[in-house]
Design a protein around this ligand. Sequence first.
Ligand SMILES: *[C@@H]1O[C@H](CO)[C@@H](O)[C@H](O)[C@H]1NC(C)=O
Ligand SMILES: *[C@@H]1O[C@H](CO)[C@@H](O)[C@H](O)[C@H]1NC(C)=O
Ligand SMILES: *[C@@H]1O[C@H](CO)[C@@H](O)[C@H](O)[C@H]1NC(C)=O
Ligand SMILES: *[C@@H]1O[C@H](CO)[C@@H](O)[C@H](O)[C@H]1NC(C)=O
Length: 485
Amino acid sequence: MKYTLMVLALLAPLTAAASLGATEAEPEPNAFVQSVRELHRGPPVQQTRNIANVETRWFTLKLDNFNAANNATWKDRVLINEDHFTAGSPIFIYLGGEWEIEPSSITSGLWVDIAKEHNGSLIYTEHRFFGKSFPITPLSTKNLKYQSVQQALADVVNIIKILKQEDKYKDSKVLVSGCSYSASMATWIRKLYPDVILGSWASSAPLLAKVDFAAYMEVVGQSFKQLGGQYCYDLINNATSYYQKLFESGRGAKAKKELNLCASFNAKSEHDRWQIFSTIANVFAGLAQYQKPGNYDLPRYCSVLRSFSDDDAEALSLFVQWQLGYPKCVSVSYQGTINYYKWAKNNYEDDTGLPWIYQTCSEFGWYQSSGSPNQPFGSSFPATLYTDTCHDAFSPNYTLNHIEANTAATNAEFRGIDIDVNNVYWTQGGLDPWSKVGAGEAQGATIIPQASHCSDLGSISLNDSPVLMASKLKLKQLVKDWLAQ
Ligand SMILES: *[C@@H]1O[C@H](CO)[C@@H](O)[C@H](O)[C@H]1NC(C)=O
Ligand SMILES: *[C@@H]1O[C@H](CO)[C@@H](O)[C@H](O)[C@H]1NC(C)=O
Ligand SMILES: *[C@@H]1O[C@H](CO)[C@@H](O)[C@H](O)[C@H]1NC(C)=O
Ligand SMILES: *[C@@H]1O[C@H](CO)[C@@H](O)[C@H](O)[C@H]1NC(C)=O
């Protein structure tokens, strides 16, 4: 069936990383880990027929940008497209976030079109600890102390310094853009280094760090209600409350069977129950976060959901298994997740998601919990699921208080959505769950109705809604204005 093929292509399978000398076997694929990773995959890859020369270069950077006594270095991967570049023209950087970089983001799309207009060079920087850019290994908690947004921003500034030693770049002005976390970076780098970065475009930037990000699932629910239909919302709501009631009334074995959970799932473990409900919600969130209204994604997914069964609970169970790629059984044990993350410390070659989880513990939180009553995924996955994961996967230091203090420190540094910064253009999707921690109209952001996460990266198209089109034209003009400053 064609849907199966489509989803298998969407979900990066949890393939085994080569075990680097260690003898430990990869833990069984874990549906919770898979669902979290899916929410942090890179921006949608642009469809392109453009032939472009993208060069890969490795920049030698400092392991610790803030300690002069530590002279350890590493090599960061950077992609460069100079097809449109003439000497002295601007540098257009696209910032990598918590994903592996790939060429299409600097060969087509709106940012590329704008760069062309100014004879600019396009540069895609890989964020430390993602893709192929590891400053230090293994990914022990001790080594991950070098993972932070401040370090990553200083890396980008150092890449610019190195580029500017070349004659053709010495007079180039520098603009940056980003999507999702890399849009937060685009905002923050302009604030911290206004003399280096002339202006920024930030598409779907979360700006306010927050441990319990309960509003996220509200917007996921709204997306299904508005685009999929009330029946779809009600179906999800009814099915999750059915399973929740089974667990709460001591009939966990029945729920385990009906959800096809693996033997390792312990119906009596609170943490295991948190994981299954969180996984279900994440599966739906992944669809909502990258839905394209023009493609009728959510109405289609809702009709598939309904078509699995007339029984709401059975339909939801089958839909989730389909989205997970039809595993033999759905593996969602808490200990399985912790084992996977511990294994990932030595087996980092594949994108395991571990360094991002670390950053949520040490800087951002953003735990997508069931804390709001205004969403259809029940009330069984508190932020504690994630803070306990910090504690058990990284260090006993990660108590809730400690994680709260970490997010407070991030907000003290960047000032959340009230950040004081200029020459930054924020764009948001009206149905993007992340917009709840991003700039709003009051901060000057453009809100694109019904759009989701990073949905405005493509070239100007006749299919663009009027607001989307206007926003793209506004960005073009802003770039012109900034470059004229
Ligand atoms: C690093 O610094 C130490 C002392 O600060 C020095 O002895 C050593 O030569 C330096 N190494 C390199 C590669 O520069
Ligand atoms: C871009 O380069 C072309 C060819 O060198 C030149 O004619 C044009 O004026 C340049 N445009 C800008 C905006 O610099
Ligand atoms: C809710 O789901 C249960 C279990 O699937 C089903 O028996 C019931 O009819 C559903 N209720 C509604 C209103 O659809
Ligand atoms: C945990 O906290 C102790 C005491 O503050 C500190 O010495 C230690 O380095 C911390 N460990 C980690 C992994 O952060």
